[in-house]
Every structure is written in structure tokens, then in C-alpha cells.
Design a protein around this ligand. Sequence first.
Ligand SMILES: [Mn+2]
Length: 368
Amino acid sequence: MPDTLDSIRDRLLAAQRIVLTTHIRPDGDALGSEIALGRWLRGMGKAVYCLNADPEPKPLRWLMDEQPKKLVRVYDPGALSHAELIAEADLRVVVDTNAEHRMGDVGRAFRAAADAGKPVLLLDHHPDAETWFTEAHTDTGSAATGEIIYDLIAGHDPSGIDRAIATALYVAIMTDTGSFRFGATTPRTHAIISDLLARGDFRPEPIHIALYDGKTHSALRLLGLALGTIRTHYGGRLASMTISQETLRASGADFEETEGLVQYPLSLEGVVSAVIFLETLNGIKISFRSKGDCPINKWAGRFGGGGHPNASGAYVTGKTLEHVRKEVLDAAPPHVAAPPEDLADADDNGELSDEQRQLLMAFQGKLS
Ligand SMILES: [Mn+2]
């Protein structure tokens, strides 16, 4: 079987006009991967544009400021020039997501191109890719799409990795691995980072400061309020955090500033899985996280979401915050599996409802 990464690299090198995109609300891996691939291809003489459904989050604005003008743009579905770029490109490439609806309006445009027989390629590390891509390279063993982009470039000629590309790939891999601590981090991750630091000649510290030390007073106020909502469930193996619109208003924080809060319930001793409920104006956003061998993507899947085994999300509309919270917590037992003896001496802040207890007993029954 031909290696899909080699085949995709060949297609890219043979193309002239290329449009890249990534997922809605792009993060460090999405933008870092896009920028690294985009700059490398521009260096090879290609006309390349990244068209994204959403702009970058504030902590990544510095990265965008370092890019050539118009390399990355927010897609305007009403702009003829944007529609033309997508329709008339030789190649369309998606990085760091594998589902049409995760690309917003750009997804519809890319899908229409694919349906018209025009090639759309995929470079990603998420499982269960949709099947409409002309050619897909999915490596779920990569901690970040940035690792795949590194292999793509280095497999052609590692000297093509300049300071800008190295910096973008560092951002991609560092952010998706939680600063190299998540389970997906491998020796290969560190070998790639080592090479990026050597070739890029950039300093990591200012990048970490720009990404993580730019908090506002309102964000810290939100953190204070959010910490007070942490509850543990199912023998202390699961922790939840709940942020209502009222909490957001009281803190004065932007919704964007809820990013990363899920790490706090997950940091409690004994907790293997954490879930955060965020009330938006239109529905409830749920983020699931776990440590080690505790896959939670199927749990997220029960609520129409999905993702990685240790990091998933879902979005539920038409139900109240309390309703969604109860449904998700009630559905937890098969996904936060614990040995029966751990569940027996449950310490749940006295929060276990009769229904939860029944579910728990049913679950214990299955184990023994
Ligand atoms: Mn990623």
C-alpha cells in the first residue's frame, strides 16, 4: 500500500494553487499546522491561502501578526473572491479536523468542490474521518497534526524548516500535548521538538508566556467562581465543573476565557475524568477530559459529540443546563469504569442521587 503521506506530498508539489482550511474556533494545532504547511508551500513557489471559518483566539494573535499579509483569512461566504479561490484551486487541504460540520461555512464549500469531482485532501490525527475526502492521511498515533506536517516537510527536505515554520509547528505540538504532558506525547514528539528548536533558533519561553500568561482580571474572577462549582462523582473518579451564563456575566469574562478551565477538576487527586458544562446563548457546550486509559470519546458520542480518547466535546441544544448536566453525569458509569471496591466506599460530597446510585449498582453488577 503506498504511503498516503508521500502521495499527498507529491500531489501538493505538483499543484500550483492551494487552499487550506481547519476547524471552527481554531486552536494552536489548527493554526500552527496551517501556517507551517502554508509557508512551506509558498516557499516552494505555490499560491497558497488559508481560509478559516473563524478568526484566531487572542492568545494566538502574535502568531498571526508574524505571518505574511493575507496568508490566513477569515472566510466570507458572500465574497466572490473567497468562493473562487476554493472552487478554482488545484487542491484543497483540510488540517486538524475530519468532518464537514467542524469547518463551518468552509466545510460546505470544500464539500461542494469534492462533490464536483475536485480534489480535497486530509491531514489529521482524529479518528473516524468522514469518507468524502479524495485522499486522507490520518495518524491517530500523532499527538498533534503538527507532527504530521513536520513529517511531510522533513520527508521532502528538513532544511526547508525555517524559523517561521519551526515556530508554528512548536505552537501546534506544544498546545495539543498540554505542554508535552498528555498521554499522546511520545519519544517522537520530543525528537520533533528537539529538531524544531535546533533548526528554528527560537526561544520557547516567550511563546508559553504569550499563550498562557495573558490572563485578564475577569478571567481570574471566572476561575474563582468556577472552582466553587467543582463536584466529584462516582467514588471521586469523575469531577464536574459548571459555568452558567450568570457566572460568566458576574465575572465579566468572555466565553473564550473558559478555555482550559477543565484542567482544574481534572487536577483533583484520584480523578481520572473531568467534564465541564458551559452554558452558551444557544445551548450547552460540554468538554470531556480524562487521564490514562479512560476513553471518554464514546461518552461524548452519546451526546452527538466526539474527539480523542482523552479529550472530547459535545454541544447540546434545546435543554437546560441542569437537564444536560444530569443526563451526562447519569451516563458516565460505563465510561469512568472503576474497580467495584473503589465504588463501594464512594465519597461523593453526599451528592449521589438515588438514580445515580442505581446506575452505579447496575454497573458494579456487570463488573463482578
Ligand atoms: Mn490537533
